[in-house]
Design a protein around this ligand. Sequence first.
Ligand SMILES: [Zn+2]
Length: 292
Amino acid sequence: MIWKFCFLIIGLWSCRESSFQHPVSETASVDALTTNEQSIKKDAIPLNNVTTIEKDTLKSNEVAPKRICGVLEMDYIMGKFDPAKNGCFELVPASLADKSGLFLRKETLSAFKEMLEAAKKDGINLRIISATRNFEYQKGIWERKWSGQTKLEGNINASKISNKKARAEKIMRYSAMPGASRHHWGTDIDINELNNKWFESGTGKKVYDWLQTKGKEFGFYQVYTSKAADNRAGYEEEKWHYTYKPVSAKLTNIARETMHDEHLSNFSGSEQAKQISVVQKYVLGISEACWK
Ligand SMILES: [Zn+2]
């Protein structure tokens, strides 16, 4: 009887201990959000998951924004919004890009401008060739490749690959499924050329070496590094694709915790996502340095 009483007391104490493990909810300052964003959808990630980025998760020389703008629910992660109508985004000035009409998150654009100025002083020219692409835009890219309308590298017509899993994997050497691209997030940019060879000699190598050495000081990391060197799955190396880690590390974590292959739907070949383990191998198949 006495033992039973002891177990009861220990049990109650354990419950109290475990309730102490829950983090205290942080008060999010909603004034940083637009009116539209204040009407949080039912399945939205709670605000306390949205606004914080812990300084100690970043290296000492990385700039941590006090809060991340917006409500980062699954539709956001999957690019199901219009960046032109999202208050957290800004038009990239045409002088910084090789085309007009590109958008980035304000934090990303501001950090990029600082990096661009520092690069200029070292004789390095940077320009953005691709920025935010939403779900619909990515779906266009994907389906033109899936149907053979756009050829893959080596002039390959993907529609001739009858095994659909193999077809999807072939496209995914360099292109993401709609909903699974980091370009949805407004944190990722392609710089100067979409060609690894260009970055391996002459001007291109100078640009690459500068970005590798100095980019981190401004928060920018190469995402798709050498697969062998980084022991990662997923896309082939892309020497041009950089992410603004102070924001995208948080988005990567949200994707890791809440995104499943079943979320990928409504485009040609989407039924292959589960067989391929797109979330695990591709969304999370990135250089560790850019999110850990
Ligand atoms: Zn890219």
